[in-house]
Every structure is written in C-alpha cells, then in structure tokens.
Design a protein around this ligand. Sequence first.
Ligand SMILES: Nc1ncnc2c1ncn2[C@@H]1O[C@H](COP(=O)(O)OP(=O)(O)OP(=O)(O)O)[C@@H](O)[C@H]1O
Length: 618
Amino acid sequence: MTLPQSEETAVTAAVAAHGRAGLLRRLLRSPVAVTCLVLLALISLASLFAPLLTSQDPAHTSLTESLAPMSGKHPLGGDGVGRDVLARLLYGGRTSLLGALLAVAVALVIGVPAGLVAGYYRKWFDAVSSWLANLLMAVPAIIVLLVVMSSVGQNTYIAMAVFGVLMSPGVFRLIRASVISVREELYVDAARVSGLADPRIIRRHILPVVQAPTIIQAAQMLGLGIVIQSGLEFLGLGSATQASWGSMLNDAFANIYNKPELMVWPGAALAVTVAAFGLLGNALRDALDGTATRGRKPRSGTPRKPVVVKHSVPPEATDALLALEGLTVSYPTAEGEKTVVDGVSLTVRRGEVLGLVGESGSGKSQTAFAVLGLLPPEASVSTRQLVFDGTELGNLGRAEMNRYRGRRIAYVPQEPMSNLDPSFRIGAQLVEPVRRHLKLSAAEAKAKTLALLERVGIADPERVFDAYPHQISGGMAQRVLIAGAVSCEPDLLIADEPTTALDVTVQAEVLDLIRSLQRERNMGVILVTHDFGVVADICDRVTVMQTGTVVESAPVRELFAGPRHPYTRMLLASTLEDAEPRSPLSRIVPASVAGATKVAGVTDTAVPTNSAHQEGPA
Ligand SMILES: Nc1ncnc2c1ncn2[C@@H]1O[C@H](COP(=O)(O)OP(=O)(O)OP(=O)(O)O)[C@@H](O)[C@H]1O
C-alpha cells in the first residue's frame, strides 16, 4: 500500500520519469513548437546552403545596380551599393546565427560549470563567483560591446564572444539556484550516504535537473544574441565585408526614402528568427512543465551535508565496532551558538542493535549524521573520538570517508520515497553503488541486486528492478532501500526511524527484516527511534537522549525492568501499551472531554522500579 506521504512523491515521480522520455513527443504535439522548429530549420538550411541557392556574391558591389529592382538576376533587387539583396539575406543568416550561437556557447561554458560548482559545493567558490556574477551584471553590456567592437576592428564574432561572457551571470544564477534546490533532496543525500563520489552524484542526480532550465534559457538567449548583434551592425559597427541582417538594415535605413522595401527582408528575417527562438523557449518550458525541474518536492527536515569532525584524543583500544565519545554539535543562530548535541557518547558492537531513543528534537538524527559525516557545513562539530573498526573517522578526508559510507557504514532513511530519485529506475539506483564499491560488472551487479531484492521479501524482483519509484508502495520502497543499504555488506547499519513513514502492518515486517539481516550478517545497527515498542522488538541495548544529551544507557531488558532516569520513565510511561488501565474519570469531567483525555494517555502509574544499570553522561 502506498502511503499518503509517498503519493505526492509518486505523482512527481511519474511526471519526472516520463518527462524526459516524452519531451520530444510533447514538443511535437505543440503546433507553435512545430512551426518554430520548421521555420528555424528552414532559415538555418537556407543560410547553410546559401551558395547553392544563389550564385551572387553578397559582397560584390556594382554602382550601376544601386537600388536595382527585382529581376531574374536579383530576385529581391539590389541594395544601395548594388549588392544582391537575396544573397546578402542568405549569407547574412550565417553571420547572425553563428554569432548568436557563439554568444550562447560562451555563456553556457562559463555559466553552467560555475553554477554547478557554486550551487553544489557553496563555500568560498560560491561567494567569489556570486560576487563576480553580480559585478558582471552591473556592467552596461552595450557600452562594453561598443568599446570591444571599436577596439577589435569591428569583428562581430569577438563581440559576440564578449556578449556571451556578459550573459554568463544569468546562466550561472539559474543553474546555481536549480542545484541548490535539488542538492537538498533526500535522494541526493541518499546517494552521498551510499558513498557515491560528487562528480557521479552531479552527473546522475543534478545535471538532469538543470538541463531543462538550461535549454529554455539557451533558446531565449539565442534570440537575444541575434537582436544585440543586429543592433550593433545596424549602428555600423559590423564588418564591412561580411553580410549580416544588421548591416542590411543599416543600408536599408540609409535608403529608406528611396527604397523602403529594403527594410522588409532583413526585418522579416530577424523578426521571424527571434520570435521563433522565443516561442520555442516557451514551448520547451511547457513541454518540460512538471518534469524533474518543476515537479520536485521541497525536502522536509534537516539539510545534511558533509562536515569535518575534529578529534583530539587518539582512539582507545576497544572491542566496539563504533566508539563515539563526547560528540558536540552546535549551530550559529541569531541568539548565538545553539548546542543541539552535547557530549554524547555511545558504543556499538558487532552483531548488536543499539536503539537511540528520545523525543523529537533530542538530537538523535544529528548524532547519527555526525557518525556518517553528513552534518551541514554550518554545524560546528567536535568529538573526543569517533572510531569505527579501529579507524578514527574524523581524520579521514572526503574521498576516504566516501569509501566508508555506503560500503562499510550504511544508512536506511526515514522517508523511503524521498530517498529514491524519481527520474531513475530502481535497478539503476541500486546497481550503481554495488558496481562502484564492489567493483562488479554490470551483469554481476544486476544479479546481486535481484537476489537482494528477493532476500528483502520482494516477490517480483525483476518488475521492481525495472520500475520507477512511483510504481511501488512505500513499504516496498523501504525494502528497496534496505536492500540498497546492505548490498555492499556493511559492518554498521544506521537506520533513522525506518518505519515512521510506513503503516502499522508494514512496520512490523520491515523491523523483522532489519533484525534478520542484522543477524544473518552480524552487523552492528544503530536504530534511531522515538518508539519504545520498536526498541523492545529488535534492540539489544538502548541509549536514551534528552535535549542533546544521553541520560541513560542500558541493555534493553534492564531498561524496561527498571528505568532509572525520570525522563526515561516518562517516555516509557507515555507508551500507551505499557500504561495501566485508567481509573474512572472524575465526575466533574464532561463525557465529551473524557475520550480526548484517554487518547492523550500519559500516566506515571506504569513506572517500574529500580535496577542497577548505568546512567550515561549528561
Ligand atoms: N541546521 C540546523 N540548524 C540549527 N538547528 C538544527 C539544525 N539541524 C537540526 N537542528 C536542531 O537540532 C535539534 C536536534 O535535531 P535532530 O534532528 O537530531 O532531532 P531528533 O531527535 O532526530 O528529532 P526527530 O525525531 O524529530 O527527527 C533540533 O532542535 C533541531 O531543531
């Protein structure tokens, strides 16, 4: 069954998945787009094959044929100095189109990579490039072009290359904004967690999203490039020997009283070409509407990005698979530094399931993400030690940490649907980390993935392998993510409220699955949850967190038998199944309120008495 939360993603995914495949089909269904494409194709072909369409030299002047009327020799007549208008129109298209293409190419070559890097990595590159973009945008383009044209000997192409540089901040801003919006998507986090390197994440998950706005922007810039170039040539700044629509307008303007129809041909060519590019851009936008770019749902929850964790104390000898000591995480706020995790310590042994329990906001996810090295850059993080299987993770660089994430430390997220990229088939998303980490061939990775899908209880692995995320239910998506998490045989699995988004029947199955996989592979597991029922079901030990600190840590049986900390007792007491039957309500409580009070159901009557387990560091 698909969950309500998943349905929204499913719709998005459906559109996204079909968006790219059907783009051309949808574009060809639009009469405006087809007309524009046909017109642009005709203009381009006419310019390209100009030598075949006319035998006249567009630069040949003949004073005897000045303003010659239409004739067999000059089908569109002659201009002010006797040049053939048709030849100039055909050859002029080359100059105008090539000049605009050059400007757009330069703008894209500068703007796209800069926008990608700035949006993805942010930090100093973002600050510097945004500052440069603002500076370039403040420069009056036409003045710059006039100076360039007059100083480079009226070379149109150099001027258009400079115009491309001046247009690049627009591209940069667009791409940067698109990347920033998509890099916060959970499935991009999921790709990071699975250990994929940044270039691969950018290629697979970011580029598909920015390509739509880039295409639309390029179409509109082409029209603008033609207008600017023609404007410069109309002012007489173009090459004297090169035919162009702008220079034709210049000549026509000089003869406007003698032969006004000279304006018609270059004017019509310009108007049709610019309008066709503009309308094609709009049609592309409509065709892409609802696909990857526009259909993506803003992510909810905390942004999670890599951070360098500082460590000062060398790792102690321990049998723990993971030993975290003294983790502190804080964020800058308007009121000063806000500490959200304060001195948290925990250990996980091989084959052990540690429940990390606490109310919402107690710092469970922040702790889990600190272990994964995926806290946001603004987080300031310190630990005394963060040792995984004898290696201090805090000393690892980004690339080294990528080798641990996904391969040896895996992650199962809270919202299964949001962690799958809606534009790719499930198989493709599962196979990639397997190939990368285990160095398997495509066929081997596929076979392994299919076996895993079967192992996690998916009845028809082939169908799910070929399905898009929107075609499966929320429970199945969580099984898929669990399969992905264990695919590289990790030693430690971090599951962040893996059943929260699932309905009750599926929750139990997913927990059983995690437990059986954990036993089968002897994995250490950190299970982040706020639900003591889940803890009772599958955990061996439990660490209780309150407002960023560990208040109690104990084997599960001991904790249930005798919670020591009042906060733990309060949490346990608020679990309805553990509460004692309520006594009859007081007579002064109206019947209508009684039902509501019962549902609220927090009581301290079910607090068991003491035991001797340890209380964690506060
Ligand atoms: N980027 C951030 N900037 C400032 N505060 C943050 C940021 N990310 C998280 N926090 C704060 O850190 C605290 C702990 O958040 P965390 O997500 O770890 O809680 P949690 O126990 O996992 O809760 P939940 O069960 O709701 O996910 C919260 O108060 C949260 O507001």
